[in-house]
Design a binder for this molecule. Structure first.
Ligand code: FES
Length: 283
């Protein structure tokens, strides 16, 4: 299985489909509010996994109900919910996918294609059930369930092995020991302009706004882009930093994610000033 997954990650032939599809999606999903909503920016949590749980949960429920005599209506309802929710689940996943790197996109492409096949089985299953042919609907449902599980396996590989859309900043927090760490003399900090510092080996971004100082992790939670090299932008009167890699934007005062593809806030450390030295501690 490991070899199969490695070969899939290295299957450069898939780029002939993946690259134009990525460009097409980016062209279609142009409005930023739409991309942000599909990334889960307003929720502060990636949207696709939550939707996928609903869709896959509906299909799983249908498969269990199909094993119980007299549950045809309930099983048909579950299949209907799964089919109805799948377009939005797929759209949110495709929006995330368009921001991934090549190896991740190859696995994601097969994940997407497998799910499309599964939806085909379930749509046919739903049609059969609604026409009264529950036996055929059940068989098609079981076929779809097999495919959807294979697709879910690839989705798990994308997240857990390849780190796609996982908050990369979270692991950096574990590299900071508990306790207060000096990060900068407050008099040396410019107003309204973030500066890069480090706590041990963990880079942080220090931002002074009047008497208020915030300390964010410097590596972007999306794919570890260097926020210290990002430009400062103003959004509704708040200073924010824009990641130079894929354009995620975080509010400097509190790390709130303002624009994706990052779907989570950037971690912010607690701060205090002691003898004119800014110190930071774990949140
Ligand atoms: S690394 Fe992708 S937006 Fe920052």
């Amino acid at each position: 299985m490991r070899q199969l997954l490695t070969r899939l990650e290295q299957a450069s032939g898939l780029d002939r489909i993946s690259d134009p599809l990525q460009r097409g999606l980016q062209a279609v999903l142009k409005p930023r509010f739409l991309r942000d909503a599909l990334h889960g920016v307003q929720l502060g949590h990636p949207l696709h996994p939550a939707l996928a749980m609903f869709t896959a949960g509906s299909y799983t429920s249908a498969s269990i109900l199909d094993l119980i005599r007299g549950q045809e209506v309930a099983a048909t309802t579950m299949v209907g919910l799964g089919v109805a929710s799948s377009p939005l689940t797929a759209l949110a996943g495709a929006n995330d996918w368009a921001e991934l790197d090549k190896e991740q996109r190859r696995v994601g492409l097969v994940h997407l294609a497998s799910n499309a096949v599964a939806v085909g089985f379930y749509a046919a299953s739903l049609a059969s059930r609604l026409n009264g042919n529950h036996h055929r609907g059940r068989l098609l449902g079981f076929a779809g369930f097999g495919v959807v599980n294979a697709a879910a396996f690839l989705g798990g590989h994308l997240a857990y092995a390849q780190g796609a859309q996982v908050n990369q900043a979270a692991t950096q927090l574990h590299r900071i020991s508990d306790g207060w760490h000096p990060v900068a003399d407050i008099s040396a900090l410019p107003h309204g302009m973030p500066v890069s510092r480090s706590i041990g080996e963990v880079p942080v971004l220090v931002y002074r706004d009047g008497d208020r100082v915030s300390v964010l992790l410097e590596r972007c939670g999306h794919e570890t882009g260097p926020l210290g090299e990002g430009r400062v932008v103003d959004i509704d009167g708040d200073a924010c930093v824009e990641c130079p890699w894929h354009g995620s934007v975080f509010r400097l005062n509190d790390g709130l994610v303002m624009h994706g593809p990052a779907g989570s806030d950037q971690p912010v450390l607690r701060t205090r000033v002691v003898n004119d030295v800014v110190e930071a501690n774990l949140p």
